[in-house]
Design a protein around this ligand. Structure first.
Ligand code: SF4
Ligand code: SF4
Length: 380
């Protein structure tokens, strides 16, 4: 009998429908069967990562075949699934649905795709944070969280816990970045939102993940597995272990597991399914900005002129203006309409929103010479 923190791991070599379905079915079996998660007639929100309008092969968003397999097993059991996520605020949801393959897949599976931008919200004040959650998330009987495993220049990893930030409608996510601009504060906010809407089940897509400068400008990497757990923290920690990421460099995991552990539900993490040794990799590239996340905030404040991360815009820029629109602090502007973005360094908080929304990967987050020196032992 497994516990709440059991993490199931299954090999899945590609996104061919039959292979994905077999792996997803096995994950449910490994965790005690679908009956332990959902009853016939219950509504189930499937929450993928639909960050932006990129095709599935770029590994920026959850692959639609993983969600298709989950829809099918839920329907076989008489549940009523729907799919919803809120992307970055500057991208129209209809465009995201189309480009990511979710529109076509959901039409084929006759499953509703719901916009979290237009269906009402409930407001909360929790632990000093004010935020809203989209109503369809709160109305669902069951939440199945389906993150894409990626690096993240601001939070090192984006996995199951961080994926629940997408239950906050788009326009407000930008404001929260502005209000909670330090890495530690933003990590705490992610943790608070996750605890406020904890998923019943998490299924991570790591068949083709993203490493390097994620969550949208890194490179795809074939990890060839799917993971599942009732406990998002246990799953993210296990994935950190497989990818050789120190969980203490992931600010929301540090907060959830060290600063404020939830003693009632914290079980020993155990893994079932594929042995971890067969899935772990040494080739996973962690974002270069990770070092910044290990420095205590008081020291960052003290050394502010020498310790920072900020965007660099390359000539790949197509002057679409998304980064200007998505910058919460108005640090980016353009001298004329459809011009190249220009940054005002003193207004930049290093939140990475511009980096996330750039459609062509023209923005890389760079760290200060001092951080580079500490990381490499030499100035660049
Ligand atoms: S320029 Fe980019 S990193 Fe800096 S505050 Fe604006 S969106 Fe955030
Ligand atoms: S840097 Fe990227 S998001 Fe910004 S204008 Fe250029 S292409 Fe668009």
């Amino acid at each position: 009998m497994n516990n709440n923190s059991t993490v199931a791991l299954e090999y899945c070599g590609n996104y061919e429908a039959r292979e994905v379905q077999a792996a997803v079915d096995k994950l449910f079996d490994d965790l005690g069967g679908i009956k332990t998660f959902v009853k016939p007639g219950q509504s189930v929100l499937i929450k993928p990562n639909l960050l932006t309008d990129r095709p599935p092969e770029q590994a920026v968003t959850t692959h639609p075949e993983v969600v298709r397999a989950i829809i099918r097993i839920l329907k076989q059991h008489g549940a009523v699934p729907f799919v919803a996520d809120s992307p970055a605020n500057v991208v129209k949801i209809e465009k995201v649905w189309e480009k990511t393959g979710f529109k076509a897949m959901c039409e084929q599976e006759q499953t509703p795709l719901v916009s979290l931008e237009k269906s009402g919200v409930i407001s909360y004040e929790v632990d000093g944070f004010s935020f809203t959650i989209a109503k369809p998330v709160l109305d669902a009987d069951v939440i199945v969280n389906v993150p894409k495993i990626k690096t993240h220049t601001l939070t090192t990893l984006t996995g199951a816990v961080k994926n629940m930030f997408g239950t906050v409608p788009g326009f407000q996510k930008m404001n929260l970045h502005k209000l909670h601009s330090t890495v530690a504060d933003f990590g705490k906010l992610i943790a608070v939102i996750y605890r406020h809407v904890p998923p019943h089940l998490n299924i991570a897509d790591a068949v083709i993940a993203m490493h390097g400068e994620g969550p949208s400008a890194g490179q795809p990497i074939r990890l060839k597995f799917l993971a599942a757990s009732r406990d998002a923290v246990a799953m993210d920690q296990t994935i950190c272990h497989l990818l050789k990421i120190n969980p203490l460099t992931v600010p929301y995991l540090r907060y959830l597991s060290v600063v404020k552990p939830n003693e009632e539900t914290e079980d020993q993490i155990e893994t079932v399914g594929m042995p971890t040794e067969t899935l772990s990799t040494k080739n996973f590239i962690i974002p270069s900005t990770m070092l910044m996340h290990m420095i205590p905030q008081w020291l960052v404040n003290l050394l502010a002129p020498f310790v920072w991360i900020a965007p660099i815009i390359s000539d790949k820029c197509i002057k679409c203006g998304r980064c200007i629109e998505g910058c919460p602090t108005k640090a980016l502007s353009s001298l004329h309409k459809h011009g190249m973005p220009v940054m005002e360094q003193k207004k930049c908080t290093g939140c990475c929103c511009c980096h996330e929304v750039c459609p062509v990967g023209a923005i890389t987050m760079q760290q200060s010479p001092l951080l580079n020196f500490v990381r490499r032992g030499k100035f660049p």
